[in-house]
Design a protein around this ligand. Structure first.
Ligand code: NAD
Length: 245
């Protein structure tokens, strides 16, 4: 069975990706930061689909912990065929009032955390000449957003990283792509005030928020042979929000 690792898979988009990959026949490593109960419930759902699952706690913003996550999952399940760089946080605020701590936390987790996780995984994939990596970026990495200078910079940075890694890894048959979700109903967007929710919907041609399953379907596709000629791509899953961006 192919093996996938999903970071931040205790809930939300990460949990949906873990299940979608299990449905496609992957054994799944479930990375989590704090929510052990959520991670275990994702693992149980993967096992209910007849696949193996292992959970491992790691703060991806710590290089050693990120490397430890990759090796723990490979020790338990075998070499990685797919890696989903999903762990992320927000610390929103207007740029002029954004402290260095809020800037740094978002860059460290969302961008450096992805880099720290992808490197040890990529090393093995390049050696084996196979593998698919998907980074969860964001529509705001393409467009920017008021109050999200840190988050938009991190998500745009992920796209630059993905395109560079795609070029580096292509000669060895390893594919690296990004998904850029629009507004998806998860804990991350639960606190958005009603007034902003209406504005977001007005700018979403399909007229609804996305679901974690909408994003997971794109991730599953990118990890499949159906996407075998895709690398360095940024797939928008945003209800049309980024049309023209
Ligand atoms: P969420 O808050 O439900 O999940 C985020 C996950 O990341 C959690 O499991 C959390 O524990 C984990 N995480 C946070 N910091 C971590 C760290 N230092 N180390 C390891 N894990 C860590 O949010 P979500 O909406 O499911 O977000 C998943 C990803 O999708 C994030 O990268 C987010 O930026 C991105 N995204 C979300 C939306 C949206 O509208 N919800 C839109 C675009 C992109």
């Amino acid at each position: 069975m192919p093996v996938a690792l999903v970071t931040g898979a205790s809930k939300g988009i990460g949990a949906a990706c873990a299940l979608a990959l299990a449905e496609a026949g992957h054994d799944v490593g479930i990375g989590f930061a704090n929510d052990a109960e959520g991670a275990e419930s994702t693992a149980q759902a993967v096992r209910n689909l007849g696949c193996r699952a292992v959970v491992h706690q790691a703060d991806v913003s710590d290089e050693d912990e990120a490397a430890g996550l990759v090796s723990a999952v490979e020790d338990a399940l075998g070499p990685l065929d797919a890696l989903i760089l999903n762990a992320g946080i927000t610390r929103d605020g207007p740029a002029l009032r954004m402290g260095a701590a809020d800037w740094g936390a978002v860059i460290d987790t969302n961008l450096s955390g992805a880099f720290y996780t992808v490197r040890p995984a990529l090393r093995g994939m390049l050696r084996r000449r196979t593998g698919s990596i998907v980074a969860i970026s964001s529509v705001v990495g393409l467009s920017g957003n008021i109050g999200q200078a840190n988050y938009s910079a991190a998500k745009a940075g992920m796209i630059g990283m993905v395109k560079s890694l795609a070029r580096e890894a292509a000669p060895r048959g390893v594919r690296v792509n990004a998904v850029a979700p629009g507004y998806i109903t998860t804990d991350m967007t639960a606190g958005i005030p009603e007034q902003f929710r209406e504005q977001i919907l007005e700018h979403t041609p399909l007229g609804r928020f996305g679901t974690p399953d909408d994003v997971a379907a794109a991730v599953r596709f990118l990890c499949s042979e159906d996407a075998g000629f895709m690398t360095g791509a940024v797939l928008s899953v945003d209800g049309g929000m980024a049309i023209g961006a």
